[in-house]
Design a protein around this ligand. Structure first.
Ligand code: NAD
Length: 498
């Protein structure tokens, strides 16, 4: 079985550490092994990034941007290969994999604007013959730790921007589906990135802990589940690092009585069952305002859930593939069992789905619960599977209270034709990303991405303008060139323009 190596200082390195199997979720078979870094391998990667930093920080931003231009072209050229690799190890459909790659490429395009993004701010004559400017300088060696569910897009949220800002990067991708992430990183080297500026080191907790402990790693970007986000945020900040840690989610869609139901149902189908529900922005709760819209939703959506085309993600034209691992499948089935035991009404049950020819794959069919109440675990917890819960409430205010009381605040949306309701929702909802008749309001690359409450730890959101701030340190410079032959006496009062 082939061993997926690390990428350190431009070279493929296997190290002498442990390894772990990588499975094809459609067949349940282990298809590759991935090297898991030990301390020595991580030290090697950090040393390589540190050595590359002085030259890279001084490379003109326009030169750095040129590498990103070539990288974008290579990503587009190799789209099919990347989508295939994603699908083989993650299980999502190839069309969905292409979608994630295209959203990742948006971030590379944004990074191509480095000279503009890093222009800084300038004022002439802030005092007599005194000019002032703010410079955005790189931090040094920074690291990113990414989840399995977007092996191409989430790393591309991080390192293109970090790198054009002048930093050197160590990426620790998910050990569950690392091949596409590594392949993409090698394309960046092919685009002309100097050795050591981007290093990819695979691993598990041991590798992450080595990054947290390393004094030379100055900042950590994390995307993954909330318990790990909290851990990395608290351990990283304790050591004086800059940390942004994006966590889990439970995203609600509110259906108002006046919603365009046909379009809302199509939107919910894609947002709840696309990628088998393994998206941090997946809609997992439909909050129906009134029984009438709830009954109409059930009537329309049930046949569509039963008609979902499910199979091996690598087959074209499907709606849904398998879950990522056997453990993920068992966890999702466990939640469905719990929903039944806790009294929710199971309208469509995906537990017994068997895909012919893929009997050992990690499949769960589209599942729908109605009459879910807030104390049930299918409502409180992030299931991360193809399970949609309907909660019935009496008013928009009750729907908003429900959402605001939830511990997570990543994404939400409202389906309505009423501008006043939509405006109130946008103003008052305690969630970081909001859609109005848009089910997956993932911000484009030139806005930033981030949730509220226990969906994000840190002050700045990911990518976009916040990303530039996260990956740079502001330096304010005040400079005086006295007029020729002038002489000024010492001043003991605090300098001002008064
Ligand atoms: P995960 O938390 O299990 O893993 C994320 C990363 O952390 C991986 O690289 C993994 O190797 C590492 N890791 C795992 N256990 C660790 C430990 N004990 N100590 C240190 N590091 C550890 O998440 P996942 O299952 O890969 O991804 C799914 C989760 O990510 C979901 O909760 C989802 O909502 C979340 N997610 C959030 C966003 C967002 O933008 N908020 C985006 C994508 C995914």
């Amino acid at each position: 079985m082939s061993l997926i190596p690390h990428l350190i200082n431009g070279e493929r390195v296997t190290g002498t550490g442990r390894s772990a199997p990588v499975f094809n979720p459609s067949t349940g078979a282990a298809s590759r092994e991935v090297a898991l870094a030990d301390q020595a391998t991580m030290d090697q990667a950090i040393a390589s990034a540190k050595a590359a930093f002085p030259a890279w920080r001084n490379a003109p931003p326009a030169k750095r941007a040129q590498v990103m231009f070539r990288f974008k072209q290579l990503l587009e050229q190799h789209e099919d290969k990347i989508a295939q690799l994603i699908s083989e190890e993650h299980g999502k459909t190839v069309e969905d994999a292409v979608g994630e790659l295209k959203r990742g490429i948006e971030n590379v395009e944004y990074a191509c604007g480095a000279p503009e993004l890093l222009k800084g701010e300038y004022n002439r004559n802030v005092g007599p013959n005194i000019d002032a400017w703010s410079d955005f300088q790189p931090i040094g060696v920074v690291a990113g730790i990414t989840p399995f569910n977007f092996p191409a897009m989430v790393p591309l949220w991080m390192y293109p921007l970090a790198i054009v800002c002048g930093n050197c990067f160590i990426l620790k991708p998910s050990e569950r589906d690392p091949s596409s992430t590594l392949y993409i990183a090698e394309l960046l080297l092919e685009a002309g990135l100097p050795k050591g500026v981007l290093n990819v080191v695979h691993g598990d907790k041991q590798a992450v802990d080595a990054l947290i402990a390393a004094p030379d790693v100055k900042a950590l970007s994390f995307v993954g589940s909330t318990p790990i986000a909290e851990y990395i945020y608290s351990e990283g900040t304790k050591r004086g690092k800059r940390v942004q840690a994006l966590g889990g989610a439970k995203n609600h869609a509110v259906l108002m009585p006046d919603a365009d139901l046909d379009n809302a149902v199509s939107a919910l189908m894609g947002a709840a069952y696309g990628s088998c529900g393994e998206r941090c922005m997946a809609i997992s709760v439909a909050v129906c305002v009134g029984d009438q819209i709830a009954d109409a939703l059930v009537e329309k959506i049930v046949p569509q859930i039963k008609a979902l085309k499910i199979g091996a993600g690598t087959t074209c034209g499907l709606d849904m593939g398998p879950l990522v691992t056997a453990a993920a499948r068992d966890k999702v089935k466990g939640y469905i069992d719990a929903g039944v035991a806790q009294g929710a009404s199971l309208v469509v049950d995906g537990r017994d789905l068997v895909v012919a020819g893929h009997e050992e794959g990690y499949f769960v069919g589209g599942t729908l619960f109605d009459k879910v109440t807030p104390e049930m675990t299918i409502y409180t917890d992030e299931i991360f599977g193809p399970v949609l819960c309907i909660v019935r409430v009496g008013s928009l205010e009750a729907a908003m209270q429900l959402i605001n009381d939830h511990e997570y605040g990543n994404g939400t949306c409202i389906f309505t034709r009423d501008g006043e309701a939509a405006r109130l929702f946008c103003d008052e909802i305690e969630v970081g990303m909001v859609g109005v008749n848009v089910p997956l309001p993932v911000p484009v690359a030139y806005h930033s991405f981030g949730g509220w409450k226990r969906s994000l730890f840190g002050d700045l959101h990911a990518y976009g303008p916040d990303g530039v701030r996260f990956y740079t340190r502001r330096k304010a410079i005040t400079q005086r060139w006295p007029a020729r032959k002038s002489h000024e006496a010492a001043q003991f009062a605090f300098p001002s323009n008064g």
